[in-house]
Design a binder for this molecule. Structure first.
Ligand code: UDP
Length: 464
C-alpha cells in the first residue's frame, strides 16, 4: 500500500534540515511505499543554495514543490524574525491550498493523508481540514521549549507587561525573564501557540532520556491536548555538503590530536557585531587553543544571515590586523556553509562554541562534544539555561555591562572546556547523553517505537 505525506516547512535551515531527516526516518522505518512532498514557501525568490543541496540529495520518493515567492517589502526593517517567518507562511497559504488541491486530485499518486508543519506552521491547519488531511506538528525545538510555547498565551495574560521574576514551568528548570524567548512580551505570536492544541499529534526532535521531566509534564498537563511523540535525536545524515570548504576543514582536523580543537559556529543565521568579532578573535588567540571558526560578515543584528544562510567570502576584511598570521598554526577560519555534523563527529573536535540552536545542540550531543553556549536569539537563551543548569554539559559565556562577551571571558571558557577539569566532567556527561540518544534510536528504542507508533496508527492513516 502506498502513503503520501505533505510537509510544509517554515523558512530557515534549522527547520528544513530536521524535517528532511524526519522524511528519511519515515522512509527507512516503514516497510511500505511512502511518498513525501515538501511544499516550500519562499520569501526572496530563488531558494538558497544549501537548501537546494539538501533537497536535491533526498531519496527519489521525496519531491519538492517551491511556492511562488512572497513579497515582504512592506514590513518595517526592524520587524522581528518571528514576524518575517510567520508572514512568509501566511502569504503562502493561498499557494499551499492550490498545491494541496492539485495533489489531492492527482490520479497518479495517493492523496496526502497528513500535513506536517514545524512550530510556525499551524495557521495552515485550516487548509488541511478543508482537504480532510490530518494536521501534525514536528517540533524543531526541545521538549522544554515546547512546554514554554504552550505556556506563552497563559503567561501573556498573567503578565501583560512582561515577566519580572524567574518563571518555573512544569518539567523545566527556572528561567530568568530575560532568557524566556528573549522576553515574553516581545513575542507577538500568542495566537500561533494557541493553535498547537489543534494538532493531531506533535512529534518532538528530542528523546525521553534527555528531557524526561518536560515530556512527563506534557503527558500529564491539561494544557497539552495533542499526543506527544519523542522521535529524536534526528540530525542531518545526508552527505550533500562535501564541498571543497568541507574537505578543507576535515583535512585540517585530521592534522590535530584527539579532542584538541574548539569548533566555533553560530548556526545558519547568527551574526556578531564588528566589536564582538574582535573580542572573539582576541579571546581565541589568548586561549592558546586550536580552533575552527566559521565567521560571517559583521552585523548589528544577531540573526542577519537567517534568510540567506550566506557568508562573506573574505573574512580578512573584518578580522583584527595580523590575526590570521598569528594563529596560522592552530586556527582555521572559514567563511562558507560547512559540514557541521561531520566536523562535530571528527575525533579532533573537543568542544563546540555554539549559538545554542536546537539542531546544533543535538548534533553536539550525538557526537559527545561538550559546549560553550553563546545564545543570540529566538529560544537559544532557554536552550543555554537547559545545557548549563539542567544538563551540565556546557559553560555559558557572560555578557559584560558593555553588551559584549569580552576576550578574557572567552579565553577562560575556552581553556576550561578544552583542558580543564570541568571540561572533562562535562565531556563525561555529554557522552552519557550521547549513549542515551543512540539507545533511543536503536531498533527497540523509545524514539523508534514512538515514530513507528505515530506513523502506523495515525500519520499514514488515510483520513476522510
Ligand atoms: N549548518 C551547517 N553548516 C553551516 C551552518 C549550519 O551544516 O555552516 C547546519 C547545522 O548543522 C544545523 C543547522 O544548520 O543542522 C542549524 O540549525 P540550528 O537549529 O542549530 O540553528 P539555526 O541556524 O536554525 O539558528
Amino acid at each position: 500500500m502506498e502513503v503520501h505525506i505533505a510537509i510544509f516547512p517554515s523558512p530557515g535551515m534549522g527547520h528544513l534540515i530536521p524535517l528532511t531527516e524526519l522524511a528519511r526516518q519515515l522512509l527507512c522505518l516503514l516497510h511500505r511505499r511512502v511518498f513525501v512532498t515538501f511544499i516550500i514557501p519562499t520569501a526572496t525568490g530563488a531558494p538558497i543554495k544549501p537548501q537546494n543541496d539538501i533537497l536535491n540529495a533526498m531519496p527519489e520518493n521525496v519531491t519538492s514543490i517551491f511556492l511562488p515567492p512572497v513579497d515582504l517589502n512592506d514590513l518595517p526593517p526592524d520587524a522581528s524574525l518571528g514576524a518575517r517567518i510567520s508572514l512568509t507562511l501566511a502569504r503562502s497559504l493561498p499557494a499551499l491550498r492550490q498545491t494541496l488541491s492539485e495533489l489531492t486530485h492527482d490520479s497518479t499518486r495517493k492523496r496526502p493523508s497528513s500535513l506536517v508543519v514545524d512550530i510556525f506552521g499551524p495557521p495552515s491547519f485550516e487548509i488541511a481540514k478543508e482537504f480532510h488531511i490530518s494536521p501534525y506538528i514536528f517540533s524543531t525545538v526541545s521538549a522544554t521549549t515546547l512546554v514554554g510555547l504552550f505556556h506563552v498565551p497563559l503567561l501573556y495574560e498573567m503578565f501583560p507587561g512582561g515577566l519580572r521574576e524567574p518563571v518555573t514551568l512544569p518539567g523545566c528548570v527556572p528561567v530568568q525573564p530575560t532568557d524566556f524567548f528573549a522576553r515574553v512580551h516581545d513575542y507577538d505570536q500568542v495566537g500561533l501557540f494557541k493553535m498547537y492544541n489543534l494538532a493531531k499529534g506533535i512529534l518532538v526532535n528530542s528523546f525521553v532520556e534527555l528531557e524526561p521531566a518536560a515530556f512527563k509534564a506534557m503527558e500529564e498537563g491539561e494544557w497539552c491536548k495533542p499526543d506527544i511523540f519523542p522521535v529524536g535525536p534526528l540530525i542531518r545524515t545526508g552527505s550533500e555538503q562535501q564541498t571543497s570548504y568541507g574537505f578543507e576543514c576535515l583535512k585540517w582536523l585530521d592534522k590535530h590530536s584527539v579532542g584538541s580543537v574548539l569548533f566555533v559556529s553560530f548556526g545558519s543565521g547568527g551574526t556578531l557585531s564588528q566589536k564582538q568579532i574582535d573580542e572573539l578573535a582576541f579571546g581565541l588567540e589568548k586561549s592558546g587553543q586550536k580552533f575552527l571558526w566559521v565567521v560571517k560578515s559583521p552585523s548589528e543584528k544577531v540573526n542577519a544571515s537567517y534568510f540567506s544562510a550566506k557568508t562573506d567570502l573574505d573574512p580578512t576584511s573584518f578580522l583584527p590586523d595580523g590575526f590570521l598570521d598569528r594563529v596560522r598554526d592552530r586556527g582555521l577560519v572559514v567563511s562558507s556553509w560547512i559540514p557541521q555534523v561531520e566536523i562535530l563527529g571528527h575525533s579532533s573536535t573537543g568542544g563546540f562554541l555554539t549559538h545554542c540552536g536546537w539542531n546544533s545542540i543535538l548534533e553536539s550531543i550525538v557526537n559527545g562534544v561538550p559546549m560553550i553556549g553563546w545564545p543570540l536569539y529566538a529560544e537559544q537563551q532557554m536552550n543555554a539555561v537547559n545545557l548549563t543548569d539542567g544538563l551540565g554539559v556546557a559553560y555559558r559565556v557572560k555578557v559584560g555591562e558593555n553588551g559584549l562577551v569580552e576576550r578574557d571571558e572567552i579565553e577562560k571558557c575556552v581553556r576550561s572546556l578544552i583542558e580543564g577539569e570541568d571540561g572533562r566532567k562535562m565531556r563525561t556527561k555529554v557522552v552519557e547523553l550521547k549513549e542515551g540518544g543512540a539507545k533511543a534510536l536503536s531498533q527497540d528504542g523509545s524514539s523508534t517505537r514512538a515514530i513507528l507508533h505515530v506513523a502506523k496508527d495515525t500519520l499514514l492513516a488515510t483520513s476522510g
